[in-house]
Ligand binder design. Sequence first.
Ligand code: ADP
Ligand code: MG
Length: 322
Amino acid sequence: MDAIEAQGELESFIDQALHRGICIQERVEERRGGGEDGNNVTDEVAVRIRGVSHQFGEQGGTRYVRALLDTSLDIRRGELLCLIGPSGCGKSTLLNIMGGLMEPAAGTVEVGNQRVRGPMPQEIAFVFQENALFPWSTVIENVKLGMMFQGVRKAKRESRAKLSLEAVGLMDFADYYPSQLSGGMRQRAALARALSLETGILLMDEPFGALDEQTRMVLGEDLSVLLSRTDKTIVFVTHSLGEAVFLADRVAVFSARPGTIKEIIEVDEPHPRKPDFITSEKFTRIRNRLYSLLHDEIRKAVSQSAVSERVAADESSREAKP
Ligand code: ADP
Ligand code: MG
């Protein structure tokens, strides 16, 4: 069976299942009250993180890494929260734990009032740095596939795919294959796929990380416009201070590994943010504050990795000796 046949079979299987009455999406829409209600950040907690710690490997083993330490945070419904911190401080680990892709060694995450125990495709969508589009499917097929896996009925997929492609400015490229698009357009396609799922929460792990500065800037501006039209809760990991200030309602600054939140900075500026926000005194002030908070942590992270490289080198030279 080739890929297209397999896709067809899977699609018809899912449709049959849905027609038997498993219409999860509609139930979710009913629960949410079915409509958009503006872009205001609310006081309602969308994601509640309590005492989350995580480590990889066995204690005492050479691969033992304490990635996250006792992290607690409330993420408000409708806000865009940026996570920023030294490389390797546990940002992706926390995002994966939030999304139910990984179970924390300690602590809990709640979405709504539900404890996260695994992926919640009706509530949470992801955009990663590597967009993971299927190369053999066109842009619009990729968007529809995402909805199919989530269980959206076939009749709704086309219109929702078009709406989300329009939202990211890709409608003219709906029938292109990923290889025919630039890196920035592929990330737009990945974003359209995530938006089409209509989840309340979007988790984005350095989604523009592999793109050049100018493309990031334009995508950032477009994301800010999109944000002003939805009440989505977005958690956005970035290593760019400017991107964090431009996009975020709040920026959570991580300490060096084992990561925990060192400080949270508010960016009190309405969406959509205008390009001239970047040259404003306010922008520079917040960016400088982030820089000074991060600077020490980055130094710590660099000296940590120098130490662990030395330990690893010592170990391998010991192993190499007869
Ligand atoms: P960040 O996203 O902040 O750069 P990560 O959350 O990816 O950091 O990783 C935190 C630490 O945990 C890093 O030292 C990384 O090498 C380690 N780590 C991440 N994933 C794994 C894994 N699957 N196995 C072992 N170590 C890991
Ligand atoms: Mg990461």
